[in-house]
Design a protein around this ligand. Sequence first.
Ligand SMILES: [Zn+2]
Length: 50
Amino acid sequence: MCLICGWIYDEATGAPEEGIAPGTPWEQVPMNWTCPECGARKEDFEMVQL
Ligand SMILES: [Zn+2]
C-alpha cells in the first residue's frame, strides 16, 4: 500500500496499465516502479494484510 496516497498494489491484479502483469509478486515489481496515483517510489510503500 502506498503510504502517501493509499493506493494498494494487489498481486493478483498487478498493474497492467503500468506494465506489471497480474500475479506479479511485490518483490518482483521493479525498484524504479512508481505509484500510478502519486508517483511515490517503492520504498514509500508498506506491506499490509488485506
Ligand atoms: Zn501513491
